[in-house]
Write a protein that binds this ligand. Structure first.
Ligand SMILES: [Zn+2]
Length: 383
């Protein structure tokens, strides 16, 4: 009070603007679950903060930190050149009239901070978190809001190419040295070939040990099967020469050498072709690769139905998306439909768009509600 310019003031208790945290269990209880959670979550840290409140209601931030393992199905047919979609899938545990997720677009898109050295995060597409739109006319009262965080991961295949498959290639070159052993020493030849065969098989188990079990052959498996078949061919050649052809041929040693040389050329040229195909494949644009993956995995980022009868296109509803029965939006003017029966004609195709396509936002980014004018605004809510 001694300050005559009133630069320093003392305020009484009721002159402060204070916000008291409410009893959260009575006012704010967002219940949701992670759909692809492998086990329970650990180290769950919850942080709630009331930003403002008055007689009209309040506005709170809610952040939660999880340490969890999530399930994801991997399509390994193209291993070690595979691309995978990894997802965090959340669903509200209350109906859509009570609880809806909304994606808040931040200023900085940091993506994933740490990633395993075997993978590369493709961050060329920015909108990797999305909420499926709410169906305007709800056929089911129990519809729930869902949010998906999708990460585009690309395997760094060089380790497998240079560390494993190149070795398989070299073992087969080594097995071609069988032609340096004389034709009479058939047991020596077969011993050499069986050792090489076992070496190639060992690489198969080394690669399989790093992958989950699956019912199909990966690209690396196919290459090893091809390498094994080549060695079986060498064994057959050895046995045939020893048993039959040495009797008929005038100079079996020379023919044997020529066969060896041509097999070496064939092995090298097929591998050069495979290498070229690999480089050609990696030359595909990112967009083409991800479009194929979204279509195959039916990722519901923005599924659009297209009727082939009338050409109409419309957004596939969240509730109808997985159903096989579909009807044209122009029904009954257009009789385009999918009956879901096997072999029946299907008029409606679903196109799974990716974030690479310029499509209108399914859910508009959230704008923070403005605080009441008589309250001081916090920095967090300012745009
Ligand atoms: Zn139609």
């Amino acid at each position: 009070m001694s300050d005559v310019h009133q630069a320093v003031q003392n305020l009484r208790k009721n002159e402060y603007v204070t916000i008291q945290e409410p009893d959260w269990s009575e006012y704010f209880f967002p219940s949701y679950s992670i759909l692809n959670l492998q086990h329970g979550t650990e180290n769950q840290v919850v942080f709630r903060k009331l930003l403002w409140s008055d007689e009209n209601g309040g506005f709170a931030t809610y952040s939660i930190k999880y340490d969890a393992t999530l399930k994801e199905s991997l399509d390994l047919r193209r291993f070690p050149l595979d691309h995978q979609l990894c997802r965090i899938r959340l669903t509200a545990e209350r109906t859509i009239d009570e609880f809806q997720f909304v994606v808040v677009k931040g200023q900085d898109n940091k993506g994933i901070g740490q990633i395993c050295a075997m993978w590369h995060l493709d961050d060329s597409s920015r909108s990797t978190v999305y909420v499926r739109h709410c169906d305007r006319y709800l056929p089911f009262a129990s519809q729930r809001s869902c949010v998906n965080a999708v990460f585009h991961l690309e395997r760094k295949g060089e380790y497998y190419f240079h560390g494993k498959l190149l070795m398989v290639f070299l073992v087969n070159i080594l097995s071609l040295c069988v032609f340096a052993i004389s034709l009479e020493d058939v047991s020596g030849r077969l011993r050499h070939l069986s050792r090489c065969f076992l070496a190639v098989l060992a690489y198969r188990y080394v690669i399989d040990g790093t992958l989950p079990r699956k019912e199909y052959l990966t690209g690396a498996d196919a290459y090893i099967v091809f390498a094994c078949s080549f060695q079986v061919l060498l064994v057959i050649e050895t046995v045939l020469f020893h048993k039959f052809l040495t009797i008929f041929l005038k100079d079996p040693v020379l023919v044997d050498r020529y066969v060896g040389l041509s097999l070496l050329l064939a092995w090298c040229s097929v591998n050069c072709l495979l290498r070229w195909l690999w480089q050609h494949d990696t030359g595909r644009s990112n967009r083409e690769i991800w479009e194929a993956i979204y279509q195959k995995g039916r990722e519901p980022y923005a599924p659009i139905n297209r009727c082939s009868d009338c050409g109409e296109m419309w957004l596939s509803k969240q509730c109808e998306h997985s159903s096989k029965k579909k009807q044209c939006i122009n029904w009954p003017d257009c009789f385009g439909e999918n009956t879901g029966d096997t072999g029946a004609t299907e008029s409606i195709a679903t196109i799974y768009n990716t974030p690479f396509q310029s499509i209108p936002a399914i859910v508009e980014p959230q704008v923070f509600p403005r605080p009441p004018p008589h309250l001081k605004e916090l920095a967090e809510t300012r745009k």
